[in-house]
Write a protein of this length. Structure first.
Length: 346
């Protein structure tokens, strides 16, 4: 319950107050974005060139007993790619944890939120100020990191022998719009968690776990969000087809799809099992490289819709808890009325 703002009281400058309150988090976020962005620029530029040259030298050796190539450049490229990919993937978790612990949970736990509500700031405006500017900052910075990661991967594709394929799941998630959608969903989930729990540490842990569960759900649903392409292969070769796999098995002579009992008719005993099933070929349902952006956009649209629902729930929760006005002060008790005998004596 909150009191109505005093008439004529100047409204505080929400953005300035928000930046002052969360200055350490803003500085840490800026450092993370700048450091990761600089590492990705180095990775996609000079380090990719050095690693590509080293691989050319290595391949030119043709297994010669003595070969001279820059092994350090190859190893450094591999390590830095892994570190920067992990940094991009960690961004949504950092956003969710910060939103739950600091953006809403800490202010409700310390009472500063209710203090602001008693001034010229409505609860809805208070929450809007804490979601709008961080959402813009997160969208721009996370999108920049994902774009730089995509550029770094593209510069090494086909040039560095150890470059990850596009369907490597960490590479796939880091190089599109999914990190942005996950970060915005983490912001909304964290803010709602802080409003529900009103405890800093509890909201931090719960928001991070909730985002992990959400990411797991996205990962499981991803192969089924877009129509797949079926690749057929012989019984000798086994299932084949590069890309994000959605399912595989054996195709029978009648056209039925059944689980594969083994991987190739060349394996001892496998030929008889395939013959018992009347199998004619292996099949694999995959998403080729052309499905990269459709998968990213479809999954991101679902995440943004969920973020919008979580944001609506947060505003509804704030309104429900602050809708009732403060009870008016109790009136002072009236003085006792003297009895008739006392009035006569007086």
């Amino acid at each position: 319950m909150t009191a109505a703002p005093a008439p004529g009281h100047p409204a505080p400058r929400q953005l300035r107050w928000l930046l002052r309150l969360h200055r350490p988090a803003a500085l840490a976020w800026t450092l993370l974005v700048v450091a990761t962005g600089a590492a990705l620029l180095w990775l996609g530029g000079p380090l990719t060139d050095a690693a590509a040259t080293a691989w050319k030298e290595y391949n030119a050796c043709a297994f010669a007993p003595r070969c001279s190539y820059d092994q350090d450049a190859i190893l450094l490229y591999k390590d830095l790619y892994a570190y920067t990919t992990a940094a991009v993937l960690a961004v949504p978790f950092l956003v969710a944890a910060w939103a739950g612990a600091s953006l809403t949970g800490r202010e409700l736990e310390s009472g500063t939120a209710r203090l602001a509500w008693t001034q010229a700031v409505s609860p809805a405006r208070w929450l809007a100020a804490r979601l709008a500017f961080p959402a813009l900052l997160i969208t721009v910075s996370t999108g920049l990191l994902a774009w730089l990661h995509r550029l770094a991967w593209t510069s090494g594709e086909g040039r560095v022998d150890t470059a990850k394929p596009w369907y490597d799941m960490p590479t796939f998630y880091s190089g599109g719009v999914l990190p942005v959608a996950l970060a915005l969903a983490g912001l909304a989930a964290g803010a709602l968690t802080g409003l529900l729990l009103r405890r800093t540490l509890a909201a931090l842990a719960t928001a991070a776990v909730a985002l992990a569960g959400l990411w797991t759900a996205v990962h499981l649903a991803l192969p089924h969000l877009w129509p797949t392409v079926t690749r057929l292969s012989s019984l000798r070769d086994g299932p084949s087809g590069a890309g994000i796999a959605a399912g595989e098995g054996v195709l029978t002579a009648s056209g039925d799809r059944v689980p594969a009992p083994c991987g190739s008719s060349l394996i001892p005993g496998c030929r008889a099992e395939l013959a018992d099933l009347n199998a004619v070929s292996f099949y694999r349902d995959v998403h080729p490289a052309a499905h990269f952006w459709p998968l990213h956009l479809t999954a991101s649209a679902a995440l943004l819709l969920l973020a919008a629902l979580l944001t609506y729930a947060a505003f509804h929760l704030v309104r429900r808890h602050t809708a009732a006005p403060l009870a008016p002060p109790a009136p002072l008790p009236a003085p006792p009325t003297p009895a008739p005998a006392e009035r006569a004596a007086a």
